[in-house]
Design a protein around this ligand. Structure first.
Ligand SMILES: [Zn+2]
Length: 333
């Protein structure tokens, strides 16, 4: 496969702290010989494990972006054993545009792996992570939230993996993030995820969903700050005490696709349960009202399993095929 067109302005092997860019040539009407300049910080101090921390995989999920720009300012080499690579705005064009996907190519970073060095801008960034950055790391954390169209109870997450030792390490890392909930996630579309690219290279990987709606709050930023602090201790890179809540996290599982409730109607969404509420199989979860005329009975959607409402659609307008509720099942610790 051909080499990447991305050039880092930092030396990943050099001790010390460097702020720089991943430079991706992009010729456009605005800049004929221009580059996409993805900010990157490397903090390295001698031998030790490497952590790769990413935000802005989706451009409208602000907890990771904010927490990692803050960490890049704060973290110093003397606090580190090994190396921390921080990319707060992974899909940089999407972050600058405030959108989930890139305005250049409509690329959804988390559906673009393993990427392509000769492909679209989003595929080129994915390829650079897959073949250059991920192989450098032992631990990776990718901080997501719901973005403009989803909202979640705050949780850290891991996946079921073929290697039980790797799966256990990922779940342990997720528990030590410090979020009130830990979810073992079932994904609808695994193959093209960054998560899968990282996990298939044998790395310890933790991801999150920290609320959403296309904004952030003091509470969710505090969760992300705390999670980053804890993850570096978990990776053996920094020393210090974990910052954890008094109560251990609630463990949730998503066993299969029936956790996702998807609309077969277009109209106005009326959710009948709140985030974090318990629902039983058969309970009314949502009504979808016609916007075309009065006198129409709403479509009613009932839970097909018991669970906790872990995620919901954020906008009230809904189309056929939109996921409007995500149920997760409580697991005994
Ligand atoms: Zn996301």
């Amino acid at each position: 496969m051909q080499a990447t067109t991305i050039t880092p302005t930092v030396d990943f092997e050099r001790d010390g702290k460097q702020h720089g860019f991943l430079k991706l040539p992009y010729s456009s009407d605005q800049s004929a010989w221009g580059c996409i300049m993805i900010p990157v910080t490397v903090v390295k101090n001698g031998e030790g494990p490497t952590a790769l921390l990413t935000g802005g995989n989706h451009g409208d999920e602000y907890e990771g972006i904010t927490a990692l720009f803050k960490l890049a300012n704060r973290l110093e080499p003397e606090q580190v054993r090994g190396r921390v690579i921080i990319v707060p705005a992974m899909n940089y064009p999407a972050v600058r545009n405030g959108s989930r996907t890139s305005p250049i190519d409509k690329g959804n970073m988390n559906r673009s792996f393993p990427g392509n060095p000769a492909g679209s801008m989003t595929e080129r960034i994915a390829d650079y992570f897959n073949r250059y950055l991920v192989p450098m790391c032992d631990y990776a954390m990718d901080i997501h939230s719901g973005g403009k169209t989803l909202d979640f109870i705050p949780f850290s997450a891991a996946h079921r993996l073929p290697d039980p030792a790797q799966e256990a390490a990922c779940i342990e890392g997720a528990k030590l993030f410090g979020a009130p909930n830990v979810v073992v996630m079932f994904e609808l579309d695994t193959a093209s995820l960054y998560d899968t690219a990282v996990e298939s290279q044998g790395k310890v990987f933790v991801t999150t969903e920290l609320c959403g709606g296309g904004t952030s709050s003091p509470e969710t930023i505090a969760l992300a700050d705390q999670g980053v602090h804890n993850f570096l201790i978990f990776a053996g890179i920094t020393r210090g005490d974990y910052r954890l809540p008094d109560t251990p996290p609630r463990l949730l599982d998503m066993p299969d696709g029936s956790c996702y409730m998807m609309s077969e109607h277009q109209g106005l969404l009326e959710l009948c349960v709140s985030l974090g509420d318990r629902v039983s199989s058969g309970d009314l979860v949502a009504r979808i009202h016609s916007l075309e005329r009065t006198g129409q009975p709403p479509a009613e959607y009932r839970a097909k399993r018991d669970g906790i409402l872990a995620g919901r659609r954020h906008p009230a307008l809904i189309d056929i095929g939109d996921t409007f509720a995500v149920l997760a099942v409580e697991v005994d610790a």
